[in-house]
Write a protein that binds this ligand. Structure first.
Ligand SMILES: Nc1ncnc2c1ncn2[C@@H]1O[C@H](COP(=O)(O)OP(=O)(O)OP(=O)(O)O)[C@@H](O)[C@H]1O
Ligand SMILES: [Mg+2]
Length: 270
């Protein structure tokens, strides 16, 4: 096994669909890469709005091939914008909780090889609180929940927090307000969410700021580009860079919990 090298594993989730999880994942990844971190983005959503679709990338292999022993994890990595590497979505990520012992060992091996070459693993999860989503969340050290100012976003984020807390004892969540108009609106949204969690749950929510509603994000999506790459000076891009500055200051995991192997082990233990 390789030498100790802590890898920060950040799951981006939020419960509700379409709140901006994939855009936050991709652009946060690019912003961290710009700060010199080696970033891999794991697309854990097999849905329609995959990261490869979002960025117009073509994948030749995927995790299912690695699990089948047909290729190496390095063959699966796709070069994304800004120097980030992407593990494309596949049925492999969906069935992480139902692997055979052989697949299990193969996967841990595959990821531990990768461990020396990355500093941050960002996991873009699907909407909802399926078994698959939950397995990624419980394996990650940092949970970044994207919420926007809609009642369903708040109730879905609440449901996710409640489930993770009740069933897995997770009590720390980072909250990012997306698609808000002002700083104040972001704060306000965060306060709304904490009001319900404080009443019913014993959890600590940490506000990580906001990304404004910005047409540049929509234009970038239409052009299959990342906003940080296509419109680096857009308001949304500035906000994402501020988020990356914060993430850069999050405490690094202390080993061995921080090892990538550990993430995979937790991921596959049913
Ligand atoms: N800050 C923003 N400003 C404007 N539009 C945004 C912003 N963030 C996201 N969007 C819009 O929301 C859409 C959905 O974003 P995204 O695909 O990142 O959401 P998601 O949460 O990953 O969705 P899914 O649950 O389907 O995976 C984008 O295509 C874009 O049009
Ligand atoms: Mg998505």
């Amino acid at each position: 096994m390789s030498k100790a090298h802590p890898v920060q594993v950040i799951a981006v989730s939020g419960g509700k669909g379409g709140v901006g999880k994939s855009n936050v994942s991709v652009n946060l990844g690019i912003a961290l890469a710009q700060k010199g971190r080696r970033v891999v983005l794991l697309d854990a959503d097999l849905g329609l709005a995959n990261i490869d679709v979002l960025l117009g990338l073509t994948a030749n292999h995927n995790l299912a091939d690695v699990l089948a022993g047909e290729c190496d994890i390095r063959d699966v990595l796709v070069d994304g914008p800004g120097g980030i590497k992407i593990v494309p979505a596949s049925s492999g990520t969906q069935k992480m909780t139902q692997l055979s012992a052989m697949e299990h060992a193969g996967l841990i091996n595959a990821f531990s090889e990768l461990g020396d070459q990355i500093d941050v693993l960002i996991v873009d999860t699907a909407a909802g609180i399926s078994e698959s989503v939950v397995s990624f969340l419980r394996a990650s050290q940092e949970l970044l929940l994207v919420v926007c100012d809609e009642p369903t976003s708040i109730t879905d984020a609440y449901a996710l927090i409640k489930l993770m807390n009740r069933d897995y004892g997770v009590n720390r969540f980072r909250i990012l307000a997306n698609q808000v108009r002002t700083e104040q609106e972001g704060r306000h949204l965060f306060n709304k969410l904490t009001r319900v969690t404080e009443r019913f749950l014993d959890v600590a929510l940490q506000y990580t700021g906001m990304v404004p509603y910005d047409e540049a994000v929509k234009k970038a999506v239409q052009r299959q580009r990342a906003v940080l790459d296509a419109y680096p000076r857009a308001k949304a891009s500035l906000a994402i860079r501020a988020l990356a500055d914060q993430v850069d200051n999050w405490p690094l995991p202390s080993s061995p919990r921080g090892h990538l192997e550990f993430f995979v082990e937790r991921l596959v233990e049913a």
